[in-house]
Design a protein. Sequence first.
Length: 140
Amino acid sequence: MDGPPNARTHVGRVVALVVASTLVLTTALLGAVAFATATASGAPTRLPYYVLGGAVLFVALVFQFERRAFDGRTVILASGGLAVVGTGLLVLVGEGAAYVAAHPNRVFSSQPVLYLLAVGVCCTGLAHWGLNHWREFVTT
């Protein structure tokens, strides 16, 4: 791939972001499969860790939004809403990882994982689009 070093670095970062995001979202989808098929054994014992992760996320978001000088209402509503979504994602990713660890043969020896990867790629694109265009749909 020819081009200036900065372009190659940018492409490398984009590819890494897409791959990482796709793997996280695919793992979350596997977590949803684990819940749907009642194979998320041990989830109640992991719940306190998910709650702690969500609390840390909430505080990190509060500090991040405060740095950007948003008004107090926006800070608390955005932090709370994103923390709830983030905690849900954390639960699904955690349970998806537990599902893969407990049942690797179900995951890697079947074609449905390819469909989940495809959905993960699409969700990555939608998330990127949503993060870049959400302001177009929000009115003050």
